[in-house]
Design a protein around this ligand. Sequence first.
Ligand code: IMP
Length: 214
Amino acid sequence: MTIWFMTTNRGKVEEARQYFASYGIEVNQFEFEATEPQADDLEIVALSKIEQAIPHLPNSSDMLLVEDAGLFVDSLNGFPGVYSSYVLNTLDVHGILKLMDHLKSDDPIQDGNLRKAEFRAVAILYKDGQTIVSEGVCPGRIAHQAVMGDGFGFDPIFIPTDLDEDGNSLPIGEMGAKSTHGTPFGGIPLEEKQKYSHRHRALEGLLSNLDMLG
Ligand code: IMP
């Protein structure tokens, strides 16, 4: 089985490839530049992109995947959200750190709550005229300093909350069976990020509903 993943982001393709490989599904990058609508909802953006791309599929029976994500910072009222890509290109991760410079506390839990944020991803899979939609969320907080590594986008400044033994996210400040011990996504290996990742969770939702597409 092959899925065409419509994205220009190679980091995303690698994550999806690694995830679907364990289910025997091959992921190919589908390079198509869709126009992004001005909307404050990830699902509306992703649906618009998939509709634009369908006529350009190499084979009409192929499956097409679109995934749209964003970083939503609580204290900035959800900014940059759907504008994450634009903000990354203009302010970069250091701009976000600057905007949040005044949000700090000596108490680690209070500090975490002041810097609370989440990644959200909406994944849409198209096959034979039908679509399934799935959302994944990864709660966490914004670090005080960037940790550059193998990750992409906002990975250098995003620290996920700990996970319990079943892989569920815990509230900020709660110690779990799985933890990055305060290291942002940028400083951990990709296999490790997958355990927390919003994208991974959205793709998991798609896979569990794949039979709906026949
Ligand atoms: P996109 O529009 O879904 O490609 O993502 C919007 C922005 O969020 C892009 O600048 C991405 O680099 C960033 N982004 C999306 N997912 C992640 C992630 O898992 N880690 C870090 N940044 C991400």
